[in-house]
Write a protein that binds this ligand. Structure first.
Ligand code: MG
Length: 201
């Protein structure tokens, strides 16, 4: 199982990070050891002083496929969830400056928090989601604002990486990312329903 993630997929987030909006999806992968499930807490690792939360819509692949045409992408997933792409921003910044890969900053243990899944909706580009930090909204997202739509992401990614049953796709974060602190509680709402809860320890 692999966790495929898309970076800079919302223009307002790319802007807040000082990044250009990319022509093609920015793709990276987290290993299976990054999974954090069942609303378990997140423990801040010792190698970073600045972990950011990034709330993202996640889909689960339920059929193997390679080079999937966009018009058939819908056949390859039937459930969605919320995820937090935990990012060691200080480490990522250092790696970016040196032109090195992001893996250590993005794929570390338990950096991919995923909520329980719910069935997908007919129009995946009409899904709203929100992150609340200690009870107040910090990210308000709508999939209509994605630069690359879910089906386009599946088509693009599967040219390079065969998608297999059980893989997860993180589809990018809207603006409003920020640092986590020990004691914080993050709660994610998908279409108004609370699906995700993650305490920072
Ligand atoms: Mg992300």
């Amino acid at each position: 199982m692999k966790i495929v993630c898309i970076g800079r997929n919302y223009a307002d987030h790319a802007k807040e990070m000082g990044n250009k909006v990319p022509d093609e999806p920015v793709v990276f992968i987290k290993p299976d050891s990054a999974l954090l499930r069942n609303n378990n807490p997140f423990y801040v690792p010792a190698f970073t002083n600045e972990v950011h939360y990034e709330l993202e819509l996640v889909v689960r692949i339920d059929k193997n496929g390679k080079s999937i045409p966009k018009q058939f992408a819908k056949d390859y997933y039937s459930s969605m969830a919320l995820g937090i792409d935990f990012t060691a921003r200080d480490l990522q910044q250092k790696l970016k400056e040196k032109g090195l890969p992001w893996e250590k900053a993005k794929g570390f243990d338990y950096s991919a928090c995923i909520s329980p899944f719910v069935p997908v909706v007919k129009n995946m580009q009409d899904v709203n989601f929100e992150m609340h930090k200690n009870g107040s909204p910090v990210q308000v997202g709508h999939t209509a604002d994605m630069i690359h739509e879910v089906d386009e992401i599946i088509a693009y990614v599967s040219q390079y990486f065969m998608l297999k049953t059980g893989d997860y796709i993180f589809t990018g974060t809207p603006a409003g990312v920020g640092p986590v602190s020990v004691g914080d509680l993050f709660e994610g709402y998908l279409q108004g329903e609370k699906l995700l809860s993650c305490a920072i320890k």
